[in-house]
Design a protein around this ligand. Structure first.
Ligand SMILES: Cc1cc2nc3c(=O)[nH]c(=O)nc-3n(C[C@H](O)[C@H](O)[C@H](O)COP(=O)(O)OP(=O)(O)OC[C@H]3O[C@@H](n4cnc5c(N)ncnc54)[C@H](O)[C@@H]3O)c2cc1C
Length: 287
């Protein structure tokens, strides 16, 4: 395994060995190796790249290093900065996973049940991608939701640029009956008073997080942005239903004019779960 000391050295190592695979905390990668799904010819370890292990401030944004671990993002100083991402990090698996697993690995794995991408989608964050020759290019996380490819061969996620909103934001997830772990559904809600909008992303119910844009616009129009920024419980509940119906829609009407289909019980249950999460997430953000 090669252990470069900088992002550009890591990119150079990947360019020199096209069959090599980058590894950060190894929590996803080693699981794939152990189950026989992946046999990397060589590994480029990212664990010694100090420049991507912390964060810095830049023009009203936080520039988060891809090597930040879940455990680090869960700490109070980070939670004061980006509360929804800290909340997601605190729920990302057991402590061993949170100590080793990184933000960059979570994004690159892009698992439907991953907790970082829904939050980053609601925050309208941007990925900073490092490429050969010291090049950098940026991809808004929103583009990934539309199926845009994240990385070209030899590239690495270097940083994530997150706007600092100084306003409430929440992340909630529901897990299976077995207790804490991977999301069955997750919801991130972000208030953006400067733009007078509410942004919401729903994770785990589709291959990529979903943004219920109509529900966002509807609820933002109900909020008194210059006043108390509160909403009646009925309005929060209606928002939850709106979000859930947008993410898990009713089956399309039958083309032959017959009876429209109905949602199977499991999908109905998931829709109720999303509605509850969205209602609570909005209620907490406005509380
Ligand atoms: C038991 C268990 C429970 C888990 N629970 C959760 C959970 O609740 N929520 C959740 O979100 N995740 C969960 N995970 C998944 C995992 O911990 C996270 O996705 C983790 O953040 C991955 O980071 P890593 O550093 O370990 O990535 P690695 O395993 O090192 O890498 C994962 C993939 O990303 C690539 N990669 C890594 N870093 C970069 C980079 N900077 N640029 C480009 N590519 C990169 C690797 O090549 C690999 O393809 C769980 C995993 C396990 C094993």
């Amino acid at each position: 395994m090669t252990l470069p000391g900088s992002l550009d050295e890591a990119v150079a190592a990947l360019s020199a060995m096209p069959a090599a695979v980058p590894v950060a905390g190894g929590t996803d990668l080693m699981a794939a190796v152990n189950s026989g799904l992946l046999r990397p010819a060589a590994l480029v370890g990212l664990g010694r790249i100090n420049e991507i292990r912390g964060w810095q401030y830049q023009d009203g944004h936080a520039l988060l290093g891809a090597g930040l671990t879940h455990a680090r993002m869960g700490r109070p100083d980070f939670a004061a900065l980006i509360p929804a991402l800290a909340a997601a990090a605190r729920t990302a698996g057991p402590p061993q996973i949170r100590n080793a697993g990184t933000l960059g690995g979570n994004i690159a794995s892009a698992a439907p049940t991953g907790d970082a991408l829904p939050v980053l989608a609601a925050l309208e964050a941007t990925l900073v991608i490092a490429g050969p020759g010291g090049s950098r290019r940026e991809i808004p996380v929103g583009h990934l939701l539309t199926g845009f490819d994240m990385l070209r061969p030899g590239e690495l996620i270097g940083y994530v640029r997150v706007p600092l909103l100084h306003a409430p934001q929440t992340f909630l997830k529901a897990t299976g009956r077995t207790g804490p772990g991977r999301a069955v559904a997750s919801v991130a809600v972000v208030l953006d008073p400067a733009r007078r909008n509410v942004r919401c992303a729903v994770g785990a119910v589709a291959p990529m997080p979903l943004r219920p844009l109509d529900a966002e616009r509807w609820v933002a129009s109900l909020i008194d942005w210059d006043g108390e920024r509160t909403l009646a419980p009925e309005a929060c509940a209606a928002f939850g239903d709106y979000v859930a119906a947008a993410c898990i829609p009713d089956p399309a009407p039958a083309l032959d004019g017959g009876e429209p289909g109905t949602l199977p019980p499991a999908a109905l249950h998931l829709r109720r779960t999303v509605a509850t999460l969205a209602r609570r997430a909005l209620g907490r953000a406005l509380a």
